[in-house]
Design a protein around this ligand. Structure first.
Ligand SMILES: [Zn+2]
Length: 1035
């Protein structure tokens, strides 16, 4: 199969306004090797090949929408029995539920509330005081929603309130820990310069006061030479010159008073923020009809109704109000980013995406910028033309698409067409959107099992083969189809590869061995990839035999890159996209391409070379990843290491092909089987788009500049993914290239071209409109802290490839201080400088940021395994907002006080040791791990109820699941665990931890408000440090 002719270019081949003039791609600065240089290997051509989609020259036809069907995904793809989809009924409304964007009024606000709410919050936050700020700002309560104003609309953004921490004499800035990202600074102010980087001035007093609004940054912000960790990464901050962390302990004594402990109850609580949002917005319908509306938090359950903007399940933003100018953006240093999860699963009570089919005409697109028809297109001239909301080009309406307008200028078929009235929908793609203009084949899954000695010995090979029999019965399929269209194939390997012929007419499977791993080839085509149902008998025979064939193998050495290569070649030969499932356990040391050596060199930690440990040690892996993406081959990797396997190298192929990395350290069958098998089952069944390419278009004035995720980029605009599953999110950063217009707002359209599990080529569209404002206060009140943390985590984790870790940490701290100082200076009412004033929407930002700084990826500590750091880095890079929220602020639930009769989840508490109690039992989950912590004097009846043993001493902690005791406690706890688990992409291994026993340290590292065990400041300490830096910025 020739890949030459393929480019997903028809949809993307035209230059986008604003893109053409784009100066050299900024991406390369940050050192993702995949993003920097054009590939030298075999790649999809970047140029516009293939015909243009037939937008301009459409066959005339009657304006009959009947020929252009749409239906819900699923059984009704072509039939479309539903004449109307449940859009907002155009009744009782003089104005449409969402007027054309150019006429959108700014979001209205609910009635100002109530001193009681203020009092309440004041009470909650102890020493924090809530002040009004800014002239004309009504006093409102954070998290208090408007009374629902109608069935289809509720919960407009609340009037935010700054949180003001008035430390007064109690304010104690304890010296920052010297073990964390902050702390290394104070003791060694110019430390980053000691890394051999150009100096940038004295360690103190380098922060001139913030520029006034509208002014460019002053001359006190020289570009930092040699530091490429520039603006696209961490907007604003990097261009300024972060000296060493300003102010050591000595300086902190300056405006501050002598030590007195700050009451943790007086600083903003993430739990309180989560609970406030829940109490006001949970269980309600959130309609997306208002541009720039801030959605409920990721931790709040509610039903979402698409009324013209993509659901927050698909797109969340760091702020829903963009500054009108780039100067404002630089001044605030708030990153402008969207976290897009195109294949997010929606709960059963929400409407799945509609599928629009324009037949051979294909999707309607703007002639100039190629944006797809969407609610942001404005129909004019009686419906004969439409103006593109993205580039303003006036296009003719194709004859087949013509429709008359009503008295408000809206098409009469507005509510009958998803692409006119919804934020998200799908198009059936025409052949122009397919490789070689040929309809794609359904994908194939290839299972590749490492059968070296250790995997056989620990029972893993047998476990996998047994499980595959079940898994293959449940291969994903289209709803309306009886059997899965996915074909399957099998390979085993150690230092050679074994292919299996499992053709249905064979009596026995046949094995073919490939010993030449230097240039691996696929020894058979016919009989390698088969339909499971047809070849079931032969496949089961094979799965029974594999453990026996290799039972006596003494082979310790493995190859890895040739395995990936073989899988990719097989998919290529079969002309189909697909996924490899590789079950691997050791460092590939056998003589072959991609051979690796053990480089787990702890001496490099905390040196300028530390970043190399995050990079692959051989460029074989980068080339392989490129080739895989070009062939639509996604690599899922299940690692079972008992020692160093070099995750940074072997994981790269997974990361860049949109795959998922799973890691089970020192796998023990009796402890880890459940976690592994759950992961495998979930992964095989995930909703996935194959051979995907994503393009983000924007309205004029700004553009997407940076992309983070499990992605591959061959140019600056097309995000390629061999596959993209329902849990993968891409974080996109935007920059201004002109002024934005407050009336028209900032519009974003994300288009993903992909192949379904049954081999249908489709386009998935997500559109969202954001507000624009020339008032900084509007930016801050439309922020989403959880999205901000997602952005900062991903940009920092990309930056570790190229920048010294200390610099990455410093930039995070400086940018935190800058964002908050800018708010303080420009948006808050004047107050004593000793007050810490935080914007309401960001009041818990510091606790999350501190947790990010303490994450093992950013902590330079030799005691943390490099593989673990590379693994967590990779995982976070593809996480969505809900996943990073939980990852950086774990859920800690008291079990001993839970109401066993209530259906709801017990309320969480803050992640700090002082919230635990000797007499309690607590559950902690962060999305990867789960702990049940048992206080030393937990009540015996509770222990009996959960473990069915008489006392604390009898509890066996060497288990990873809880017994089914049948008591209410047991049932409720197991239900709680399941509830938490269900929402998360990774199966969380449960660890039982007793108070004051050694394994407790594993648990304690997740108490993120406390000082880190391996370094890292406590929340209180961090807040004081940030406050001090803010004071310096303002003085
Ligand atoms: Zn356009």
């Amino acid at each position: 199969m020739s890949q030459q002719g393929y480019v997903a270019t028809p949809p993307y081949s035209q230059p986008q306004p604003g893109i053409g003039a784009l100066s050299p791609p900024l991406r390369g600065h940050y050192g993702d090797p995949s993003h920097s240089a054009p590939p030298s290997g075999i790649m999809k051509p970047a140029g516009p090949l293939g015909p243009m989609p037939p937008v301009g020259a459409l066959p005339p036809g009657p304006p009959n929408s009947g020929a252009h069907q749409f239906g819900q995904n699923g059984p009704n793809i072509s039939g479309f029995p539903q004449q109307r989809f449940p859009g907002p009924p155009p009744v009782n409304n003089a104005t449409p539920p969402y007027p054309p964007s150019s006429h959108l009024p700014p979001a209205s606000y609910p009635n100002p509330v109530s001193s009681s709410a203020t009092t309440q919050l004041g009470h909650q936050l102890g020493a924090m005081q809530i002040h009004n700020y800014g002239p004309g700002m009504a006093s409102g309560s954070p998290g208090i929603p408007s009374p629902p104003s109608g069935a289809s609309f509720q919960g407009p953004p609340q009037m935010p309130q700054p949180a003001i921490l008035q430390p007064g004499p109690r304010m104690l800035p304890p010296p920052p820990s010297t073990h964390n990202g902050l702390g290394t600074g104070p003791t060694l102010p110019p430390a980053s310069r000691q890394d051999g980087l150009p100096g940038s001035g004295p360690p103190t007093a380098n922060f001139p006061s913030l520029p006034l609004p509208g002014q460019p940054p002053g001359p006190g912000y020289p570009p930092q030479q040699g530091a490429n960790y520039g603006p696209p990464q961490m907007p604003g901050a990097p261009l300024t010159s972060p000296p060493g962390f300003p102010g050591g302990p000595a300086q902190m004594a300056g405006p501050m008073q002598p030590p007195k402990k700050l009451d943790p109850d007086s600083i903003p609580s993430p739990i309180q923020v989560i609970e406030n949002d829940r109490s006001t917005r949970s269980g309600q319908v959130y309609a997306t009809n208002i541009r720039g509306q801030v959605p409920p938090l990721v931790t709040t359950d509610c039903m979402i109704q698409d009324q013209g903007n993509a659901s927050p399940r698909y797109i969340r933003c760091t702020t829903y109000c963009f500054p009108t100018t780039s100067d404002m953006a630089k001044q605030s240093q708030l990153p402008l980013a969207a976290i897009i999860k195109p294949f997010a699963t929606v709960p059963p009570n929400e409407v799945p995406l509609y599928l629009v089919n324009h037949g051979e005409s294909g999707p309607v697109r703007c002639n100039r910028c190629k944006a797809y028809m969407c609610p942001f297109m404005q129909f004019i001239e009686g419906g004969r033309k439409y103006q593109c909301g993205f580039c303003n080009c006036v296009n003719d309406v194709p004859p087949f698409y013509f429709q008359h307008l009503d008295h408000v200028g809206r098409r009469l078929d507005h509510y009958e067409r998803p692409e006119l009235s919804l934020g998200s929908y799908e198009y059936v793609a025409t052949l122009d959107y397919c490789r070689n203009n040929k309809a794609p084949s359904p994908p194939a899954y290839i299972f590749m099992i490492d059968v070296s000695y250790s995997n056989v010995k620990n029972g893993l090979v047998r476990l996998i083969c047994e499980e595959l029999k079940t898994i293959l019965e449940n291969l994903p399929k289209e709803e309306q189809e009886e059997t899965s269209a996915i074909r399957v194939g099998f390979v085993t390997y150690n230092k050679v590869l074994h292919f299996f012929n499992v053709k249905s007419n064979l009596a026995q499977p046949q094995m073919m061995v490939v010993t030449d791993v230097s240039e691996v080839f696929v020894p058979l085509l016919d009989g390698f990839l088969v339909n499971y149902q047809e070849a079931k008998a032969v496949i089961h025979n094979l799965l029974d035999q594999i453990p026996e064939i290799f039972a006596d193998s003494n082979e310790n050495e493995t190859v890895f890159a040739p395995v990936v290569q073989a899988g990719m070649e097989a998919l290529k030969a079969a002309e189909c996209p697909g996924k490899l499932y590789i079950f691997h356990s050791s460092l590939p040391t056998a003589e072959a391409p991609g051979k690796l050596k053990n480089r787990d060199d702890r001496k490099l930690i905390n040196t300028d070379k530390e970043k190399t440990l995050f990079q692959p040690q051989s460029n074989v892996y980068e080339t392989l990843a490129k080739d895989c993406v070009a062939s639509g081959c996604c690599v899922n990797l299940f690692l079972f290491p008992s020692q160093y396997v070099d995750v940074a190298s072997v994981g790269l192929v997974t990361l860049q092909t949109g795959g998922t990395l799973y890691k089970y350290n020192s796998f023990q069958k009796h402890l880890d089987s459940m976690t592994f098998l759950n992961d495998l089952r979930n992964d095989v069944q995930k909703i996935t788009g194959f051979d995907a390419i994503m393009r983000v278009r924007t309205s004029t004035g700004f553009r997407a500049t940076q992309f983070f995720g499990a992605i591959y980029m061959n140019n600056t605009t097309d995000v390629e993914m061999a596959a993209m599953d329902c849990d993968k999110a891409v974080t996109v950063e935007f920059k201004h290239d002109d002024k934005l217009n407050e009336d028209t707002g900032a519009l974003i359209q994300c288009a993903v071209l992909y192949t379904t599990i049954s081999g249908q080529r489709r386009l998935r569209l997500h559109n969202i409109g954001l507000n624009c404002s020339s008032q900084l206060a509007d930016l801050y009140k439309s922020c989403e802290t959880d999205a901000l943390i997602n952005f900062f985590a991903k940009s920092a984790f990309m930056a570790v490839l190229t920048q010294p870790l200390k610099m990455v940490r410093d930039i995070l701290v400086h940018q935190t201080a800058h964002m908050l100082a800018c708010y303080r200076k420009n948006c808050a009412s004047p107050s004593a400088i000793s007050q810490l004033i935080l914007p309401d929407a960001m009041k818990v930002f510091p606790v999350y940021m501190n947790s990010l700084l303490k994450n093992c990826v950013l902590l330079s500590k030799p005691e943390i395994s490099m593989d673990e750091r590379a693994y967590q880095r990779q995982l976070v890079l593809s996480m969505d907002v809900a996943d990073t929220q939980l990852f950086f602020y774990p859920q800690l639930i008291p079990i001993h006080t839970m109401d066993v009769n209530s259906e709801s989840l017990p309320a969480a508490i803050r992640c700090s040791e002082e919230r635990l109690s000797e007499g309690g039992v607590f559950l902690l989950a962060n999305g990867l791990r789960m702990f049940l912590w048992l206080g030393g004097s937990a009540p015996p009846e509770l222990i009996q109820g959960i473990f069915n043993v008489p006392s604390f001493a009898h509890i066996n902690t060497d288990v990873t699941s809880l017994p089914e005791v049948g008591s209410p406690y047991s049932q409720k706890l197991r239900l709680t665990i399941n509830n938490i688990q269900q929402k998360k992409p990774y199966s969380m291994k449960l660890m039982i931890v007793k108070q004051r026993e050694q394994p407790e340290v594993h648990f304690r590292q997740f108490l993120v408000e406390d000082k880190g065990l391996c370094g890292g400041a406590s929340y209180v300490d961090f807040l004081c440090c940030v406050h001090k830096e803010i004071c310096q910025l303002l003085s």
